[in-house]
Ligand binder design. Structure first.
Ligand code: SF4
Length: 311
């Protein structure tokens, strides 16, 4: 069988090992060298181009159904759990917690849950919105029902490395938010980051108010493509008397987008995290769809006083 292998950046270092194993089983193997961001970003076009019968995607679980033969090989990490006791001190007085983790640690979730239950706590798991597949699992773009859970728990506990995965959930919630990082052996409160990101969002909105030309970014990645939303946003912008154009790309290259000097602001319809994590990579404001709506609302409100000699 001819197979195309696809790895996220952190696993590309193991590509040759997997290719040789599959070759020794009689397969013809080709490795995708393109950047890979998630299971939203399957290399189906490359697989079809090389005539592969199967795409083997490493490191992520299924994101959504596609009409191609895809095998998902999640990458499980047995992270040390000896950092958990340290979190109890910071959870003092907090009886009910919501536990969150990534696909890499889902197999450890039962053990982590038991640990907190044995400490006398009630543990609840979030229910994903469909892109993540298991209770308790979060993705950068799927925080599940954490907003609802926020009303009933005393704290959130994220188990895993980095801030990419928990940041979305953090920004949807109000309760104390603990990150238990087994790799850095560190337990820390992420709460303060909420205010930082809120201020940043407000800054982007305010600096977009005088924009006359908006670029709406669409990605052709299979799980990120949202031309319908782009068309709706274009109409909304134009009905406010402002110019808009839809810009399409596979992987958004911020250097190229920075060269599009006619645009005063950009709106993201691709991976929702782009308008949160990548704003510093563009010289112009990079808005989410919700932030754009806020801009249009403020412009509309601002027009009335302007007509009366105000704003
Ligand atoms: S957060 Fe972005 S890159 Fe990650 S799975 Fe979701 S859409 Fe893809």
């Amino acid at each position: 069988m001819r197979i195309l292998l696809q790895f996220p950046e952190g696993l590309k270092q193991e590509a040759l090992k997997h290719a040789k194993k599959l070759e020794s089983e009689g397969n013809e193997v080709i490795i995708s060298a393109s950047p890979t961001f998630g299971a939203c970003d399957l290399a189906i076009d490359e697989a079809k181009k090389v005539g592969a019968e199967k795409l083997v995607h490493f490191g992520h679980s299924e994101f959504h159904h596609v009409d191609f033969n895809v095998e998902y090989v999640p990458y499980l990490i047995d992270a040390p759990l000896d950092v958990l006791p340290e979190s109890l001190r910071q959870l003092e007085g907090m009886r009910k917690i919501c536990l969150l983790t990534t696909v890499q640690h889902l197999h450890q979730l039962d053990a982590i849950r038991r640990f907190y239950e044995e400490s006398g706590r009630e543990v609840v798991l979030n229910r994903p919105n469909g892109f993540a597949k298991a209770n308790g699992q979060i993705l950068g773009c799927d925080d599940g029902n954490v907003m609802v859970i926020d009303r009933s728990v005393d704290a959130f506990v994220y188990f895993g490395g980095g801030i990419f995965h928990p940041l979305g959930a953090l920004l949807q919630t109000t309760k104390p938010f603990l990150a238990v990082d087994p790799f850095q052996r560190r337990v820390w409160r992420m709460d303060e980051m909420r205010e930082t990101y809120r201020k940043r969002s407000r800054g982007k909105i305010l600096s977009s108010l005088k924009s006359r030309n908006f670029g709406i970014l669409v990605s052709t990645k299979n799980g990120q493509y949202n031309m319908n939303l782009a068309r709706i946003l274009k109409k909304r912008i134009e009905s406010a008397g402002i110019t808009a154009a839809i810009l399409i790309s596979n992987t958004l290259d911020f250097e190229s987008i920075n060269n599009m000097l006619e645009f005063d602001a950009f709106v993201n319809t691709a991976c929702p995290r782009i308008a949160i994590d990548d704003t510093d990579r563009l010289r112009k404001p990079l808005l989410s769809a919700n932030e754009l709506m806020e801009v249009l609302k403020l412009i509309k409100e601002g027009q009335k006083p302007r007509m009366n000699g105000g704003l």
